[in-house]
Design a protein around this ligand. Structure first.
Ligand code: NAD
Length: 358
């Protein structure tokens, strides 16, 4: 029997409700496939501020570092809106990413056949399903480059510098090629190499890394074209790898194509194999504590954990299939409810997924 230690940062708002369902699913996977998942619940975000005065207590960081992976719900809420900038609940996420060395953010954009109607694009564009994975560099580029104010040609000006080292591009490209090997073996590297020197360097370095993955088909696309192609013909993409700023924008665009924020998981990975897995949505304070939040994004985050950190592909597929079966059977939480479907709450949705898990 294999054992895995998971640090659980349930956080605020709907975070605890959706992670509870995700934990139940992992426990069931453990029973079915003979693995032991051990959960260590730790505080971060607003609840940590209330309990300790800090959004990311040292103890939480230490427990997350020791764990085989981290499962995160969501942090933040109006109660902590007036807390000083460096102690805001959301700072806990940046702290965790930085201290755990998580430089790769993986965001799938998936349209489930049963929810094809929620996609804002015409059916002939997406067909009845879509499955894209965006690999975004998370700890470098313009968001972390030199910044400041200076005297320019027209008076005072502000600047932010986009810079990428060979090491940073190589490691994110490697992540993209590795995950592409577990999928359809196609990588599109998105840059702005017609204008930016940093993008030309990005492209050259990605081409170097590609030589280690002869089975993977590599193409390049300018970011403006990629933004259009995601709307015009999203099915051409499998894995998209791109810089921090381009990935920030393109992953939001891609998630909108799928039509529901409550369904999309994400992963942040580093060098060690351990990662942090979380739904893309926030703490949804408007619906917290009402048993109506959609737990699917949190549950699918556990599938990503099994696949990318623990290499348990069969088990990950079982979770994804159970979610698909529940949606195909017509069960919907209020956020994805449509006429003729059966409305269920957070707990019932979780129980149905457990029921279909085999
Ligand atoms: P949000 O994602 O929390 O909510 C946006 C809308 O989507 C709301 O109407 C909400 O009810 C709905 N929604 C979100 N998740 C849902 C789910 N699982 N099921 C059903 N409906 C769902 O974004 P927001 O309102 O901009 O932010 C609320 C708080 O969350 C803020 O404090 C923000 O800083 C924080 N936040 C945290 C994270 C994170 O922890 N990763 C991410 C984004 C926002």
């Amino acid at each position: 029997m294999s054992e895995f230690h998971i640090a659980v940062v349930a956080g605020d708002g709907i975070g605890p409700e959706v992670t509870e369902q995700a934990i139940a699913v992992l426990n069931k996977v453990g029973e079915l496939f003979h693995h032991a998942f051990h959960f260590n619940k730790v505080l971060a975000g607003g609840c940590a501020i209330d309990a300790t005065g800090k959004c990311l207590p040292e103890e939480t960081l230490e427990e997350c570092k020791k764990a085989d992976s981290v499962l995160l719900g969501a942090v933040g809420g109006p109660k902590w809106d007036n807390v000083a900038g460096d102690q805001r609940p959301e700072r806990a996420l940046l702290g965790l990413r930085e201290k755990l060395g998580l430089y790769a953010n993986l965001r799938p954009a998936i349209i489930h056949k049963a929810l094809a109607d929620a996609c804002p694009l015409k059916p002939e564009i997406t067909g009845d399903s879509l499955d894209i994975l965006i690999v975004r560099e998370l700890t470098g580029g313009i968001y972390f480059g030199e910044k400041g104010y200076r005297e320019g040609k027209y008076g005072q000006e502000a600047f932010d510098i986009e810079a990428y080292s060979e090491m940073e591009v190589k490691r994110i490209a490697k992540t993209a090629f590795e995950v592409a090997m577990q999928r359809n073996k196609k990588v599109t590297s998105v840059d702005k190499a017609n204008v930016l020197e940093s993008s030309r360097f990005w492209r050259k370095t990605v081409i170097e890394v590609a030589k280690e993955y002869p089975e993977v088909e590599l193409t390049h696309m300018y970011v403006d074209n990629a933004a259009m192609q995601l709307i015009r013909n999203p099915k051409q993409f499998d894995v998209i790898v791109t810089s921090n700023i381009f990935g920030d924008i393109l992953s939001d665009e891609a998630s909108m194509i799928t039509g529901s924020i409550g369904l999309l998981p994400s992963a942040s990975l580093g060098q060690t194999g351990a990662g942090m897995y979380e739904p893309i949505h926030g703490s949804a304070p408007d619906i917290a504590g009402q048993d109506i939040a959609n737990p699917v994004a949190a549950i699918l985050s556990t599938a990503m954990m099994l696949k990318y950190s623990f290499k348990l592909d069969k088990e990950a597929d079982a979770i994804e299939k159970a979610v698909t079966s529940v949606l195909e059977a017509g069960y919907r939480t209020p956020d994805i409810m449509s006429e003729g479907m059966k409305e269920v709450g957070t707990k019932e949705m979780g129980n149905l997924i457990l029921h279909f898990l085999s």
